[in-house]
Structure formats: structure tokens, C-alpha cells
Design a protein. Structure first.
Length: 336
């Protein structure tokens, strides 16, 4: 496996596969896309033709052909049978985010996998802006981190894509704003802060039936330093109902550092209310400057881990705290 190309099987022919995973995997050295499957055969066939791949049909996960690694680009609630099948077969699996919606679901999904063989696509960890923000925190350049303000979203009814899983009324919380969009920013905040635990002070959700459309919360983030320092206060918001700032701010005693939620975003030091007076923060760090680069880097990290049997930066286990916080917020109080 160290030298031979890894064969990749893809379950799910939706937008994220078409726009991100396939273009990246098709240009990644050391991999071979073995097959593409979707429960909608016409979608799989159309996408496979565009890339010169084989589209297959299968009535059950057990009928899928063998592969070294499988991509599960399907809704979180639809993955159970596939995960059990691939775990029994000893196949590595890379899942789209979120990995799970509850701790119980997380533990069930992880059963049978070694840590290196199960990954989750929180690709914002590979943004250059994220790496720089994490460096500012871990290096203690401005002292201990006191607070994080992070908000994301805009006025939208969902994905804007016909027949998207976000339009499927059977999927409930899996298609809400917190799981679909907010899980990214939750994971980003936890990753930048180096959090090891959390306590939710308050949480309010606005729902449309079973679907959450706006979430606001105050959360204390705990780190290994929490025994000697107060917790980090996170002000969090994500919405499909109104425009958010779409930025992350790190608050220190005598400094504020912030950036937009984009791979090529500049990182600034100063007063956010006076951006023209701010200074840019720079350091010799790598990282993705585009979304496709971020997808490439997460795949590279995961596949290198599979080959070396070493847990990677995108292991599912590394997303446990994100899952736990997501579950806690989804159980928050609804707004009247």
C-alpha cells in the first residue's frame, strides 16, 4: 500500500462530489478512482461520464465493489449501513461533515475503525488563515486567548440546488443550518482555540418545523490551561435568515485579531470597528489559499495517514468535541 495507488470508491454523486471531491481526487497523485455510486443511478451515470469513470448500481452496501478507501458524500443519517459494511471489510472511510449529530451516533459510526482509517472533512483546518490564527494562539504572541466571536451565514432558504438533501423533509436536523453550515465554524473555533471541553451558557434556536434556521449561543471553551485561567468565552452565531459578519475574532487582553472565513483571508490586528487602521498579521505558515487546495490538503493528510497507519489531522476522532458541542446546541432552547 505504501507504493501502490490507493483505489477510491465514491458513494454520493451530489454537489459536493461534483464541485470539490472529484476534481481534487482526479488530480491527486497516488490514487485511482475505482467507481462511483449514487442511489439515483442517472445522477451517478451523468457524473461518471463527465470524468470517464465507472458508475455502478448496488441494492445494498454489500454489493459495492472493493476499494481501499471510500468517500461517503451522503447525508449523515444515511451512512450507518455503509460504515458498518466498510468497517467489516477493513476499508478506510472519509466522510463529509458533520461526522455525526450526537455522541451516541458518533460512537456507533466509529465502531470497528482504527483512528487512522476514519476521517471527516473539516477542511477549514487547512485554510492558511486558520493556520495563522492557530499559530497566534498556540505561540502566545498576544498572551492568553480570552474570547472568540464567530458568526456566519446570510439570507437563504438552503443550498439553492434542486433536489438537494437540504430540501428533504425526512432528514430533520441533518439539513438545518447548524449541521450543514455551522458545524464548520464550530469546528474552526474549537480547533483554533485548542479546546478540550466546553460549557454552554445559553443557546437560542429559530426553527422552521424540524429545521433550525438560526442559532445564537454563548459558550465557555475549556483548554488544558483552564485550571489556571478563566475559560475562553465564545460568542457564536449562524443563520440562514439574516446576514452575519462571516468572520472570526480572537480577543486578547491588549489585542484583537480577526479574519474573514475564507482560505485567502487576510488576518488583521487592531480594532475591528476601524479596519482601515488595522495591521496585517503574517508568519511563515503554509496552508490553502483556495477551497480546492483545502480539499486537496485534507485528502492528502488522510491518505498519508491511511498509508502509514497513523491518525491524521482530519481523523473522525479529532472531531469528537465538535460533535458533542453540535448535539448540545441542537438541544438548546427554541426562540418564541
Amino acid at each position: 500500500m505504501q507504493n501502490d495507488p490507493l483505489s477510491i470508491g465514491i458513494v454520493g454523486a451530489g454537489e459536493i462530489t461534483r464541485r470539490a471531491h472529484l476534481p481534487v481526487l482526479a488530480n491527486t497523485p497516488g490514487v485511482r478512482i475505482a467507481w462511483l455510486y449514487d442511489q439515483r443511478p442517472a445522477s451517478a451515470q451523468a457524473l461518471a461520464r463527465a470524468y470517464g469513470l465507472e458508475a455502478i448500481e448496488a441494492a445494498t452496501p454489500g454489493e459495492l465493489p472493493p476499494c481501499d478507501v471510500a468517500l461517503l458524500a451522503i447525508p449523515v443519517d444515511a451512512r450507518g449501513a455503509y460504515l458498518r459494511h466498510f468497517a467489516a471489510r477493513g476499508t478506510g472511510v472519509f466522510c463529509e461533515k458533520p461526522f455525526a449529530l450526537s455522541v451516541d451516533q458518533f460512537q456507533s459510526a466509529s465502531a470497528g475503525f482504527e483512528p487512522h482509517a476514519l476521517g471527516c472533512g473539516y477542511m477549514r483546518r487547512f485554510f492558511r488563515s486558520t493556520i495563522l490564527l492557530r499559530h497566534v494562539v498556540t505561540a502566545g504572541i498576544f498572551g492568553p486567548l480570552l474570547g472568540i466571536d464567530i458568526s456566519e451565514g446570510g439570507r437563504s432558504k438552503g443550498s439553492g440546488v434542486d433536489a438537494s438533501f437540504l430540501d428533504d423533509p425526512r432528514l430533520g436536523a441533518a439539513r438545518g443550518v447548524l449541521a450543514d453550515l455551522g458545524s464548520h465554524s464550530l469546528d474552526l473555533a474549537l480547533y483554533v482555540a485548542g479546546a478540550s471541553g466546553f460549557s454552554v451558557r445559553s443557546c437560542r434556536l429559530i426553527r422552521d418545523g424540524a429545521v433550525d434556521r438560526k442559532v445564537g449561543a454563548e459558550i465557555d471553551l475549556h483548554t488544558p490551561r483552564s485550571q489556571s485561567m478563566p475559560p475562553i468565552l465564545m460568542q457564536y452565531g449562524v443563520s440562514w435568515l439574516d446576514r452575519q459578519e462571516n468572520a472570526i475574532r480572537l480577543r486578547f487582553e491588549h489585542a484583537c485579531v480577526w479574519s474573514a472565513l475564507a482560505p485567502n483571508a487576510e488576518v488583521y490586528l487592531g480594532t475591528p470597528d476601524r479596519p482601515r487602521e488595522a495591521m496585517t498579521v503574517s508568519a511563515s505558515v503554509g496552508g490553502a489559499m483556495t477551497y480546492n487546495q483545502a480539499f486537496f490538503l485534507e485528502w492528502q493528510a488522510f491518505l498519508d495517514g491511511v498509508r502509514a497507519r497513523r491518525e491524521s489531522r482530519v481523523s473522525a476522532q479529532s472531531a469528537f468535541l465538535t460533535t458533542s458541542l453540535l448535539e448540545t446546541l441542537l438541544g438548546g432552547d427554541d426562540s418564541p
